[in-house]
Design a protein around this ligand. Structure first.
Ligand SMILES: Cc1ncc(C[n+]2csc(CCO)c2C)c(N)n1
Length: 238
């Protein structure tokens, strides 16, 4: 189910990542969203980690801006930062409401191992890579969520009484699609003039981010934490 039918490099990447996208959809966390069966602790762990993940994601946009030579790309990243700050909070509020906690009390926690891995992966590509590599490392994030939510809508047809109705509609909604298509288009344009070595790095970043999307759901589902408690797990300022 490729969403960028006219864009060959992104379509090639999506095809290669197909087993990962399918595994994400089958993962018990995503199935728990579909069935409305996720536990309170899983929702809380997810939101604690995802709040920090989105902070890192915006920093990657910022590093992307620092490498732009074109105002349209700056405007694209600027729009994306605004979208995270103003809109991406809605799915978090949905999870908080079901878990019976306030959003504010889940903010500022230390990163669990997989969230640490994923954010450092994105930030190191953003610091060391080209703009094309940044597009590639960012893309699985919207793509996996859009497809998973669209499949949930198709398979479950959730009504307003579904506990995760807002989450599902938010990511399955058409609002996300044009933003993600813009990123796909920029990746494809970049790939036209990129060297084979750079394209190989873009491919690797895309596949690793896709794998880490799977691992992020797994982290939340299993309440993954560090093996030895030394920090007390209290919220801290980053
Ligand atoms: C681990 C993780 N992966 C993806 C998303 C979803 N998401 C985050 S930023 C973005 C782009 C549009 O703002 C999208 C779709 C998430 N919340 N957490």
């Amino acid at each position: 189910m490729s969403l960028s039918l006219n864009s060959s490099f992104s379509r090639q990447l999506r095809q290669e990542a197909d087993p990962i996208f399918n595994a994400i959809y089958e993962h018990p966390f995503v199935q728990g969203i579909a069935k409305g069966t996720l536990g309170r602790e899983q929702l809380i762990h997810y939101v604690k980690q995802d709040f920090e993940y989105l902070n890192a994601y915006m920093r990657v946009y910022g590093l992307g801006i620092s490498k732009c030579t074109d105002r349209q790309d700056i405007a694209m990243f600027n729009d994306k930062i605004g979208f995270i700050l103003n809109s991406e909070v809605h799915p978090h509020h949905n999870f908080c409401r079901v878990a019976g906690v306030s959003y504010e009390e889940l903010q500022g926690y230390p990163l669990a191992p997989t969230a640490q891995h994923y954010t450092k992966h994105m930030l190191s590509v953003a610091a060391q890579g080209t703009l094309g590599e940044i597009f590639a490392v960012l893309l699985p994030c919207p793509w996996t969520y859009m497809e998973s939510a669209a499949r949930i809508i198709r398979d479950v047809q959730p009504g307003l009484d579904h506990p995760f109705y807002e989450w599902i509609r938010f990511y399955g909604d058409t609002l996300i699609q044009p933003r993600m298509q813009l990123l796909c288009d920029r990746l494809d344009e970049w790939a036209v003039t990129a060297s084979p070595q750079e394209k190989e790095r873009m491919r690797e970043h895309f596949l690793i981010s896709s794998q880490l999307e799977y691992k992020f759901f797994d982290m939340a589902y299993t309440l993954q934490d560090w093996p030895v408690q030394v920090l007390g797990g209290e919220p801290v300022e980053h």
